[in-house]
Structures are given as structure tokens and as C-alpha cells.
Design a protein around this ligand. Structure first.
Ligand code: PEP
Ligand code: MN
Length: 271
């Protein structure tokens, strides 16, 4: 159904995505961590230094956000991108940040090492075509009401433009269950692995919606064969305006990483 370039039939070997010295999709797991939204420079720097010390590879932080409501914080745009650049200069960590409008591609490209397409934009075909023509790796989140095949068809839009550097990200889908924010579709990982050559990571934070469930979701993702994680972490999540409730503290992240490392080893992978 509808996807070809992302399929195992098109390419039987696993694809990897190179981000500087980091390879996504190899036996080494890749962890991306940081605040949902870049809100202030000091907490971004504190968070970046801490997650780096705990072993995170890539720093996440939103500058342009896709919020459900127009009166919610939409991100601080270029001001936030400059803060990310400072954190990158201080820590050496590559940056993953979201794009919401193809007009911002040149600007975001100056700062980002990976360009994130949010769940709400998974089928924004104009945006997919735009990033398909750029030279940056793309993190394509699954839309929360989309099937796996629709997600892979969305990846095909990027692939078809000539950009093969695509990382898929499962972040939970909408079901009738409301104890968590979304339902983490854990079996999407082996399903994607069977149907596609693209690497897949998991965002446990948006699925969980509450920080106390992030650890379990992260471990489940690694156990199911994910190539890495995208976790919302903040030095002081209580002060965060966006997604603080689901954001783990730097201390909790530091506790989680060795557990994930032990699991990775048991599965013949490294972290
Ligand atoms: C995010 O990563 O902060 C985000 C907005 O995620 P999603 O697009 O999965 O809702
Ligand atoms: Mn978020």
C-alpha cells in the first residue's frame, strides 16, 4: 500500500543516518534528550550539560512548535535557535529541532543537525516535499491518527525528493484509553523493522504524558528493538510552560541511562 522507497523490497539492508560522528540505526543506540521547548537559556544550558554527562548524544529543543491551540506558546523562534547554538558550542552536542513552516527551512538549517517533523505535520505534504529537497537528516514523527503504512508513505515523500536521511519516530497514537496521553504503539517498532529499512526511534514522553511512566516506556522501546529514544528532559520541569508534566528531571534521566545501557548490552547493542 502506497509506500515503496521506504520499503524492505526497495532496500533489504538497514539504512543508517549519519549525524556528525553519530550513526542512527547501527548497533549503537542513540539518545536524544532535552526540553520540549527552549524557554530560557540558563535552564537549556544546565539541562544540556547534565544530559551530556549522563550519556545523551543529541540535544532536543523546540524553537517552532506545533501546538494544538493558537493561544499556547508557539516557541521563541530564532531567539531559541540561537540558544540552541550556544548549548551546542558548549557541549558539542548536535541539535534536533522542529520545523512547522517550509519558509523557515533555510533559517533552521543554519542551526539544526536534524530537522523534526511533528506528529501534526506528518501528512503536510508541502513540508515533506520541502525537507525532501534539503540536505539535513529528518526526524519524521508518526501522526497520532495514522497507520504505519501511511507513515511510511509520508517518509516516501521525503525520500522521493532525494533526501534519504530519514529517522522514524513512534510517539504514541490516539486510542480510547485516557490514562496516558497517547497509547505507545510498541509493536510499531518490529512492524516498521519488517516493512522498512529506515531506522526507528521512540519518544516515550508524549505517549506517557506523565513523567512517572517515561522510564517504563523507554525500556519497552529498547526491548522491542528501537534504535534510540527522544526524551523530554529538563533541569527543572516544574517551571516549563510546555509539557512539563511529562518531562523527566535531569536526575531521573541520569538514573534511567545506566538501566537502558544494561538492557542494550543484554540485547547485543551498545549505549
Ligand atoms: C515535541 O516533540 O515536542 C512534539 C510536539 O511532539 P509531537 O509532534 O509528537 O506531538
Ligand atoms: Mn513536547
Amino acid at each position: 500500500m502506497g509506500f515503496q522507497l521506504s520499503s524492505r523490497e526497495y532496500k533489504s539492508q538497514n539504512s543508517t543516518v549519519q549525524v556528525g560522528a553519530i550513526t542512527v540505526g547501527s548497533s549503537n543506540l542513540v539518545v536524544m534528550a532535552g526540553p520540549c521547548t527552549v524557554e530560557d537559556e540558563n535552564s537549556l544550558l544546565q539541562t544540556a550539560l547534565s544530559v551530556k554527562a549522563s550519556g545523551a548524544h543529541i540535544l532536543r529543543g523546540g524553537a517552532f512548535k506545533t501546538r494544538t491551540a493558537p493561544d499556547s506558546l508557539q516557541g521563541f523562534g530564532e531567539t531559541a535557535l540561537r540558544m540552541l547554538a550556544k548549548a551546542k558550542a558548549t557541549t558539542g552536542m548536535p541539535i534536533v529541532t522542529e520545523i512547522t513552516d517550509s519558509h523557515d527551512l533555510a533559517l533552521i538549517g543554519q542551526y539544526a543537525d536534524i530537522i523534526q517533523i511533528g506528529a501534526r505535520n506528518m501528512q503536510n505534504t508541502a513540508l515533506l516535499k520541502a525537507v525532501g529537497k534539503c540536505k539535513y537528516p529528518v526526524l519524521l514523527k508518526r501522526g497520532f491518527s495514522n497507520t504505519i503504512d501511511e507513515w511510511l508513505a509520508a517518509a516516501d515523500y521525503i525520500f522521493a525528493g532525494g533526501n534519504e536521511q530519514i529517522i522514524l519516530c513512534e510517539r504514541g497514537i490516539r486510542t480510547y484509553e485516557n490514562s496516558t496521553r497517547f497509547s505507545l504503539d510498541i509493536l510499531s517498532i518490529p512492524v516498521v523493522k519488517s516493512r522498512s529499512h529506515l531506522p526507528i526511534i521512540v519518544d516515550p514522553s508524549h505517549a506517557a504524558g506523565r513523567r512517572e511512566f517515561v522510564s517504563a516506556a523507554s525500556k519497552a522501546a529498547i526491548a522491542a528493538g528501537a534504535d534510540g529514544l527522544l526524551i523530554e528532559v529538563n533541569y527543572n520541569p516544574e517551571t516549563a510552560e510546555v509539557d512539563g508534566r511529562q518531562t523527566i528531571t535531569t536526575a531521573q534521566f541520569d538514573e534511567l541511562m545506566p538501566q537502558l545501557r544494561t538492557m542494550a548490552c543484554a540485547l547485543g547493542r551498545e549505549l
